[in-house]
Design a protein around this ligand. Structure first.
Ligand code: T4K
Length: 397
């Protein structure tokens, strides 16, 4: 049967998104058991036992002493900035990050300064941070994009020498590490996302990972309206608590994570093997420096060699119900919030590389994951082999 891009039917009958939640059958069963127990206890939020247990599990997994669970990673970053007194001046952040990293800074009164990326890791470049730092710089906030951890030792050296704070956006980096050290293990505070699109999820949720118990105590007060004793708010807080039902979803996922990591690793392996023979495609290596959870499979598309641009390949795959994403291009600095601000950031490496990057879906149903990954690569091969026809079909649409 002919493909949709050639006026036939979509190859996949249902959409295959990059961020589709991963829900194994066991997860649903265990979630319901834990949720029923929460109902029987009449305890749905505000320091319940499930959230407390999940805090311990997440901290142990990341070997960092403390995990302060919150309602999402955006609030985690905001609370952390507040606790560290980072409420004015500038923060150096990566041109390759989700807009939340910039927005959390703005909410606290910190102006984000977009810095260029390292061409190997696609993470914040310490050299460009040095160039773009100045008298107003108060913090540097790298993102471990796609779970590849940023160069924290080099950034710590810079921050120490220039007198600003280092904290990290580890939203993508659950169960990842660099040289064996996971987020939270480098001695700097990091925040992580448990959003439904992530490797590990509580539907919405996140955490701050830290070895500093005084900081953790303060963050626990800030997430609960600033209450430092029952009924008395000693400081300005807000509501960023994680509910018991969200914690139940997370606890139900924990025993499945090794199997999930193996499956995503296999999907990545199939993608790498099958795409290897197609000209103009180069997967971004995620595990050169340490462990990766393989939640994302980003690859570079060279238009001249492949026959189609990244954006045409994306459009063609979308016709077949494969929904790749161009994380994070054209970049936050080009979003409505930022693009009219004076001073276009100078980001030559990000401009050169991110316009060629495409993230493929990884969250196929468990029973069909191998066949689905292979089918995606077959579709990509067809798009290459019939590039001229694909271009004409898309241009005519
Ligand atoms: N820092 C970084 C580096 C981040 O990537 C993020 C979040 C944060 C900080 C902030 O973390 P949180 O405050 O969210 O905890 C999604 C997520 O909403 C966002 O959490 C995530 N990063 C970002 C990378 O991806 P969108 O705008 O791309 O989401 P959306 O709705 O387009 O969903 C992505 C794809 O997944 C779509 O094709 C639909 C599919 N999907 C999504 C959901 C939620 C489903 O099929 N089912 C679902 O339930 O932001």
């Amino acid at each position: 049967m002919e493909l949709a891009v050639f006026a036939g039917r979509p190859f996949f009958p249902v959409p295959q998104p990059v961020g589709g939640p991963i829900i194994e059958p066991e997860l649903g069963r265990e979630f319901h058991r834990l949720a029923d127990a929460a109902f029987a206890r009449n305890r749905l939020t505000n320091s319940g036992p499930l959230a407390a247990r999940l805090e311990e599990e997440v901290a142990a997994r990341h070997r960092c002493g403390e995990a302060v669970l919150v309602a999402n990673a955006t609030l985690a970053q905001m609370l952390l900035l507040r606790a560290l007194g980072l409420t004015s001046g500038e923060a150096l952040i990566s041109a390759n990050t989700f807009v939340a990293t910039a927005q959390a800074c703005e909410w606290l009164g910190l102006k984000p300064v977009f810095c260029d990326i390292d061409p190997e890791t696609l993470n914040l470049s310490p050299g460009d941070c040095e160039r773009k730092s100045g008298p107003e710089t108060r913090a540097v906030i790298p993102t471990h994009v796609f779970g590849v951890m940023a160069d924290l030792p080099a950034l710590a050296e810079l921050a120490g020498r220039r007198g600003f704070r280092l904290l990290a956006d580890a939203a993508h980096a659950f169960d990842c590490d660099r040289g064996g050290i996971p987020p939270g293990g480098f001695g700097i505070p990091e925040f992580i996302s448990f959003h439904a699109t992530k490797f590990f999820s509580t539907v919405e949720g996140g955490a701050i990972l830290t070895g500093d118990s005084a900081l953790a105590r303060e963050l626990r007060e800030l997430r609960n309206f600033g209450f430092d004793r029952p009924g008395d708010a000693g400081r300005l807080g807000l509501n960023a608590k994680l509910s018991e039902l969200a914690a139940a979803f997370g606890l139900a996922s924990l025993p499945l994570l090794e199997r999930r990591a193996r499956r995503l690793g296999e999907t990545a392996e199939i993608y790498r093997r099958e795409l290897a023979g197609i000209p103009g495609l180069e997967p971004h290596r995620l595990d050169r420096l340490g462990r990766n959870n393989h939640r994302y499979f980003p690859l570079f598309v060279d238009e001249a060699a492949f026959g189609l641009s990244r954006d045409f390949l994306r459009l063609a795959l979308e016709r077949e119900n494969v929904l790749p994403r161009t994380y994070f291009h054209p970049g936050c600095h080009r979003m409505g919030l930022y693009r009219d601000r004076p001073g276009v950031p100078d980001l030559p490496v990000a401009e050169r590389l991110l316009g060629r990057l495409l993230a493929l879906p990884t969250s196929f149903a468990e029973v069909e994951a191998r066949a689905a990954a292979k089918a995606v690569t077959d579709l990509i091969r067809t798009m290459h082999d019939r590039a001229g026809e694909v271009k004409r079909a898309l241009a005519a649409a």
